[in-house]
Design a protein around this ligand. Sequence first.
Ligand SMILES: *Cc1c(COP(=O)(O)O)cnc(C)c1O
Length: 493
Amino acid sequence: MNMNSQEKIIEPLLFEKSVPDRAGIPLPASDVPVTLEESHFPASYQRKTPCEWPELSEPQVVRHFTRLSQLNYSIDTHFYPLGSCTMKHNPKVNERLVLLPDFVNLHPLRPHVLSQGILEILFQTEKWLCELCGMDAFTLQPSAGAQGELTGILVGRAYHESRGEKRPVVLIPDSAHGTNPASVAVAGLSVVTVKSTDQGHVDVEDLKAKLNKEVALIMMTVPSTLGLFEPRMAEIAKTVHEAGALVYMDGANLNALVGLVKPGDIGVDILHVNVHKTFSTPHGGGGPGAGPVGVKKHLEDFLPVPRVIKDKDVYRRSLNYPKSIGRVHGFQGNIGVLLRAYCYMRLQGLEGFREMSESAILSANYLRAKLKTLFPKMSKEYCMHEVVVSGEGAFGPGIRTLDVAKRLLDYGFYAPTIYFPLIVPEAMMIEPTENETKETLDSFCQAMEKIIEESKNEPDKLKSAPLTTPVRRLDEVKAARQLNLKYTVNSNL
Ligand SMILES: *Cc1c(COP(=O)(O)O)cnc(C)c1O
């Protein structure tokens, strides 16, 4: 293999960068017993008495954990219509594929000549995302949608700085997900909020009034968090570009667009994609995830390094992007998650994605049509992949959306997202995804109808719901104010 000079630089660099992460603590060889004195725990943290190990037989342990796993509410056991979060089916075949020994035994420090297969897969994954989103380049490094946002904003900021412009402001519609303003703050910029119209679309007049030379970018969520397509998107993009700013698309809801609309074709310069919402990877309880970021050509040089490149027939990791914002994750990102997304892309194919999005939209509109009679304030507009309903005027006196959501658990349904988006009073955000059958959607609507009846005739039942779950209603305010994360096995410890 022809090792050029760039290669000699990259591989040792990766190695050197990973070592200081261990905070300078020398790791003992695994066969050397570590005494308490040798360990680096301060004496005050060291236990004074030996640990009491539980004396249990194997069947007892297996039964305990099996029972625990069955108490869990999951997409494998129940319908999970959690709006905005897209709890879609995670194909089991993906799990089998990523557990193949050739993937499991990969080491990120292996030189590129011995990692051609995985580098090719990462390269192809970026190409798939470029094709599906109409973008020119992608980075797979960010480990969640929110980190993708931060990466995208930093790319936008670097772009403006490279042109000698200081633009400290980001415009965000008031319906946006909370991570949007948080990411802007982390990137060191400030937020100006753009109003929504009564129909829940971006108020373009308000946007125009707030657009000026200070604005670096606008973060548009498409479809919006109300599950609606932004009808004036092209006009918004044109106006924003004319003001010298960039259009960032929060692509968390790409589940409704992929195969139908390419964000790059509707004026988007930067977007992030949530692979756990669109490409069937598990949510993973807060991580590890992946939130790839795509950009148009004029922003490509600012993407994080190292980037996977194809040099003749050899895949390499290149640091040769002097304008890059740098590294946002170790190595190339959470490869185990990206692999699952890659499997899903290969399974779907371009045509499959179109069908997927159409089914997601059809399912949501089916729910919308069936629930219309129950929720008097239902929007007149067709929705995309999720339907947002307002509980206002729908339930018996004193009953709130929270009570209805809790009661759904008793009927065997996970509760939809509630009280989001913030601009809809008593909101309930229902996302069926493309994977559920008509029978499931029908039984969900039936449960909703029964619960609304109960809210009028047996309100006490709703106030104390859920009645059948292992853990009953929690005092959420107390839990937030007096957070106690200590797990105690027995009270003597
Ligand atoms: C889920 C979501 C995010 C955040 O993504 P994470 O992967 O959870 O960090 C951002 N914006 C929207 C609209 C979302 O639905």
